[in-house]
Design a protein around this ligand. Structure first.
Ligand SMILES: [Zn+2]
Length: 383
């Protein structure tokens, strides 16, 4: 492996600036959302919005809940539109996006509508349970939420993703054969591999394992398929297969279930406290939605380092699976180097940035792990 780069790679100023700006955008987005929710509650504007929703919804509870959500989403979109646009400009500035403004704006519109539909289902379920079973609503709401979550995980590859991207079954015979060999060795089967037309929007490369049951599939971006060698793509496939073999999607659903259980319990506690403090007259007053949203985003923020640590653990496991199933780690290493360059990734972010923000180990760590595994293999070939 003569051409292997040093694991302690130095990042270009461009990569550092780009990733720093993206992090600041993420933080700004969180802060703006947080302040917006607090302002709604403190000023009492949420009550005014609720009354407006009732007037527009002919005093019908369910309809008014939906209108209230719609108003809330429109206002928050208007507030964060500047940040979203800045994010788009940032991708353009670093030549990572291939989208024009019109296509980007259309994607934003579709994203908003998808959010409205999914959000609509969630709030209707939430306030239905709050109204019918004020004592034990949170356990039932949690169960319904998990059912919805699992249904969405199953539908996502066939219903949600195609709203934004085109997919077609992979027609590369050589790669299909390689996957069959890898899968047989693992004693498992992934139903499909799809070519993901990412190049219409981005220069970045990506791959993922998605779906549940019949919709379980590996998706490979065309930006990867068209620029990487067969061995490099096989290494990426092996990593994705590692997620499948280690049942990472199922495990993540269990983790999600535990967290949302605690989340709903906390939401119930906070809502009761707010009613006791006479902020709202009853639990089912949907003007308390910003309070529920606050519980959710604060909890997500606090758990982010732990969830990212868990995700990095899974990624290391999938990497190790890839090392074991491919003939040599050299194509894994070269694919990582290509990915880092193509996606303008930070190979060696600061320790705390990785700890807090990153769902994947840094490229430098993944390369170091591959090299260490390779060294071990050459010492103990049959280990
Ligand atoms: Zn992965």
């Amino acid at each position: 492996m003569a051409e292997v780069s040093s694991p302690i790679a130095v990042d270009s100023p461009d990569a550092r600036r780009y990733n720093r700006m993206r992090r600041w955008l993420g933080i700004a987005d969180f802060v703006v959302g947080f302040v917006f929710l607090v302002v709604l509650l403190v000023t009492g504007w949420t009550g005014w919005l609720r009354d407006l929703a009732y007037r527009l919804g002919f005093q019908n509870y369910s309809l008014s809940v939906f209108i209230y959500l719609f108003l809330l989403l429109v206002i928050s979109k208007a507030i964060t539109l500047g940040l979203d646009y800045y994010g788009f400009r940032l991708e353009r500035r670093y030549k990572l996006s291939t989208q024009r403004f019109g296509a980007w704006a259309w994607d934003e519109t579709k994203g908003f509508l998808v959010g409205l539909v999914i959000g609509g289902i969630v709030v209707e379920l939430l306030y239905f349970t709050l109204r019918q079973w004020p004592q034990h609503w949170w356990m039932l709401a949690w169960a319904l939420f998990m059912v919805l979550f699992i249904v969405l995980a199953q539908l996502a590859p066939v219903v949600l993703f195609p709203i934004f991207y085109k997919f077609e079954p992979l027609d590369n015979e050589d790669l299909r054969r390689r996957l069959v060999v890898l899968s047989e060795r693992a004693g498992t089967r992934v139903r499909g591999v799809y070519r993901w037309r990412l190049s219409e929007k981005s220069k970045k490369a990506n791959a993922a394992l998605t779906g549940l049951g019949a919709t379980r599939r590996i998706i490979l971006a065309d930006t990867l398929l068209d620029n990487y060698s067969a061995e490099e793509i096989e290494a990426v496939l092996a990593h994705e297969l590692g997620h499948h073999v280690h049942r990472h999607i199922l495990k993540s659903i269990f983790v999600q279930a535990t967290i949302t259980f605690v989340g709903f319990w906390a939401a119930n506690w906070v809502l009761h406290y707010a009613v006791d403090q006479h902020m709202f007259e009853e639990l089912s007053d949907f003007a308390n939605l910003p309070l529920l949203a606050l519980v959710s985003i604060v909890l997500s923020f606090l758990l982010m380092p732990a969830l990212n640590a868990y995700s990095r653990f899974n990624e290391r496991q999938a990497d190790r699976y890839a090392f074991e199933s491919i003939e040599s780690v050299a194509p894994f290493i070269s694919s990582m180097n290509k990915l880092a360059e193509q996606n303008l990734a930070e190979r060696a972010p600061s320790k705390w940035v990785e700890w807090f923000f990153h769902s994947h180990p840094s490229i430098s760590r993944r390369l170091a792990a591959a090299e260490a595994w390779d060294r071990l293999q050459s010492v103990h070939p049959h280990a």
